[in-house]
Design a protein around this ligand. Structure first.
Ligand SMILES: N[C@@H](CCC(=O)N[C@@H](CS)C(=O)NCC(=O)O)C(=O)O
Length: 208
């Protein structure tokens, strides 16, 4: 089995890479040069026709064209990894199949929230500052309850794709929106600091 992740510096590929590193899942990494535009041409566009990173090739599964499975969209890639390699939805764990099904659905919820709500609110901060502040306040309250989003009735499954995507977007705030005052959100601040201190995150970001 070979997983090949295609990414670039300062891109969302870092969140996928962080997941792979944190879960010690073996993978090959192909760094594309966005400045030269190699992501907009073949061969990369045979993997992601939209010419964006991250993209993943998983040769353990087949795609409809008969070749190895090719995936784009960071959320879809994280979900695929959580499902097939991260052992996040194991029916043998406490809670059995019911807990595994609940965790799977909640993981999809957080992946979509981060990519479809939090990310857009962050990147359109000037247009809707109140929306971003509201989301951060809610996230802060949830994080204050504990570091793992899916901890609860079935016990604590530990760090997973839901945490990875949320913490990755939060850690982008000081990089992409340094003007945001995080002092009203102490749990968000603590999560960002904890994320930045992880050696696996530093490796994924290319700073270690
Ligand atoms: N929604 C996509 C966004 C992908 C995306 O916009 N990737 C950026 C890097 S973070 C990219 O490839 N930019 C290069 C370009 O648009 O030319 C995802 O989450 O994977």
């Amino acid at each position: 089995m070979t997983l090949t992740l295609y990414g670039a510096a300062r891109s969302r590929a870092s969140m996928v890479r962080w997941y792979l590193e944190e879960k010690a899942i073996p993978y090959a990494f192909v760094q594309l040069d966005l400045k030269s535009g190699e992501h907009r041409h073949e061969p990369f566009t045979t993997i992601n026709p939209f010419g964006k990173v991250p993209a993943l090739v998983d040769d353990a599964l087949a795609s409809p064209d008969g070749g190895p499975l090719k995936l784009f969209e960071s959320g879809a890639i994280l979900f695929h990894l959580a499902e097939h390699y991260g052992e996040e939805f194991d029916p043998q764990e406490p809670g059995g199949a019911e807990a595994a099904a609940a965790r799977r659905s909640l993981t999809v919820q957080w992946l979509l929230f981060a990519n479809a709500s939090l990310g857009p609110a962050m990147f359109q901060l000037e247009a809707q500052p109140d929306e971003f502040a509201r989301q951060l306040a809610t996230v802060d309250g949830l994080l204050a309850a504990g570091p793992h989003l899916l901890a609860g009735v079935w016990g604590d499954p530990g760090w997973g794709a839901a945490d990875c995507v949320l913490q990755s977007y939060l850690a982008y705030i000081p990089l992409f929106c340094p003007q945001v005052d995080l002092s009203p959100y102490p749990a968000v601040q603590a999560a960002i600091e904890a994320t930045r201190n992880r050696p696996t995150y530093q490796k994924a970001m290319g700073v270690a």
